[in-house]
Design a protein around this ligand. Structure first.
Ligand code: SF4
Length: 237
């Protein structure tokens, strides 16, 4: 799998390779079981039930790093943050920021297009309880690292959605940019910013999970601030 990731010459090849990955037995079983059993509301739909590639521009200045696809969101529709409440919140914010052509994100063929932005998860398969194990995180890392390598020429800032994504950034940064992570590692926080020479800026943002958005821990205004800042750091505003 590491070799397949490293050999992917472009994002199209990488995306296709990712969709064929079966490296984590627990996650393969889970993604397929969810796709088989389904949620009642989606009973008539055919779930994707496979790993999820990144989504967005190959020459993105802004990267958005998430945790993993949602069982009945990305794992159902085949596109990250698509067909669930987290995506509704995220894409509405990206649309307000001018980074998406529409706020609607319901299916892979809904016409959504990103601008200057690519979204990718640290782990490509939906995990039970949204919690990949450390082994699963590390097993999946080569896909993320290769994606990062391929968009490296234009990438200026990475928005880490939540502490898991924040933590996944450091080994990726070392692997791709050959820059050692600071010790101790900078702490995740909403609005936390790490600027190191030679690597994209890292900007922390609470995850767009329902837990955060329903409770008001993360508001649309807070997301607007994050994406305005990301655009500014990326030289887009
Ligand atoms: S989580 Fe990543 S490494 Fe594991 S099966 Fe899915 S795509 Fe493959």
């Amino acid at each position: 799998m590491v070799r397949r990731a490293a050999a992917a010459a472009d994002l199209g090849v990488l995306d296709a390779e990712i969709a064929e990955c079966f490296a984590c037995p627990r996650l393969v079983e889970w993604r397929e079981e969810v796709a088989r059993v389904k949620r009642a509301a989606f009973r008539d739909q055919v779930y994707w039930g496979r790993p999820i590639p990144g989504f967005g521009n190959a020459d993105a200045e802004i990267g958005i790093l998430g945790l993993a696809p949602a069982a009945h969101g990305g794992n159902r529709t085949g596109r990250l943050f698509t067909g669930d409440r987290s995506g509704d919140v995220l894409f509405a914010a990206l649309h307000r920021a001018g980074l998406a052509n529409q706020a609607l994100s319901v299916s892979i063929d809904d016409g959504l297009e990103l601008r200057n932005t690519r979204i990718f998860p640290a782990v490509r398969c939906a995990p039970p309880d949204n919690k990949p194990t450390p082994t699963e995180r590390d097993t999946c890392a080569p896909w993320f690292h290769r994606e990062l390598e391929l968009i490296r020429p234009t990438l200026k800032v990475v928005v880490a959605l939540g502490a898991f994504a924040w933590g996944a950034w450091w080994p990726a940064m070392s692997a791709v940019y050959k820059v050692k992570a600071p010790v101790p590692r900078p702490k995740f926080g909403h609005g936390a910013l790490v600027s190191l020479p030679g690597v994209p800026d890292l900007l922390g943002c609470f995850h767009v999970s329902q837990q955060n958005t329903f409770t008001g821990r993360l508001t649309p205004a807070m997301l607007d601030d994050v994406f305005a800042r990301a655009k500014s750091l990326a030289g887009l505003a």
